[in-house]
Design a protein. Sequence first.
Length: 319
Amino acid sequence: AAFQAGMEPRGGGTMGCTHELSVALVYNALKRVLAFSDLARKNKAGATVLAASIDKAAKKAFDIFCGKHSRPADDVGLTLSRLQDLKIQRVGLVGNKLGMEKARELYEIVIGDLDEHLDYPVHAEPPAPMNVAGLEASATGVGGKHSADEGDAGEDQPLDTCTFPIVVLKLSQSKSWLPSALLEGPELQMEREALVQAGFSPKLPSGAKIFVPPEAFVTVERYFKMQGLQLKTSHIVVSADMERKVMAVVEAAREAATRRESGSCKVTKRMEVSVEEANESPQPTTIEAALRYEVKRTFVHVPIPSSLCSTLSTAPITM
């Protein structure tokens, strides 16, 4: 049994690639998720037993992907739920179960990218459009009167806006050489010092790295919290004009590391968020100011304090 992976109506396959699913493909993906090479190196005598255990689990995972016991193509959440309960002996898993984190990783390798901001199957749509719609609706009901007529709305609430894009990158890994290059290397020292001097850290509590103008730091961080976007250690948040420089640092550090340390490090997901300053008159309420979000093309526009326009050097970018 085989089918074209990466074609689910919800969840996987965002990269647009298709391939024939097979037990061998799932087996190799599972070995990668479980770091089989490292396990076998530490326990050479038991390598054959480990391989057999993974092979047995791969066959069960293949059945899950093919929908032998359910309809995974119609329900990504159910597939992930079954994968996380997959039992694999002798590989050091908690409770000998794959777990959700590794289940998602296996799904992305075999089928295609998942939206990490979605908790399948609770949410059916990506969060940004849904949250923006909800925020706009809330803003209309809370404080301001937003006319359905765009001309009237323009007269009631004139906006003098200044926009700059923020890029969120997700890398396929975050081994020790990566944070060391970003947080200790000389190439990004100026950017780190600018944040530290303003009272911020280039490393977020989640472990994600951030390189944005200090003036925009609070607004960008607040935006992620309001949207419920869960950043991880593998994420890097940068202003668009810093993207090439940061990625050059990543690539140079990867090449300098040993092959065992570096492995394969690539950008698995890239999202642009356009941060917008809105100068309004009369002054909006705190809630109205916090809830003014607009979706424009591929960007989500977020208001920031009016003092920023004079200090930001990044011009709007149109994708």
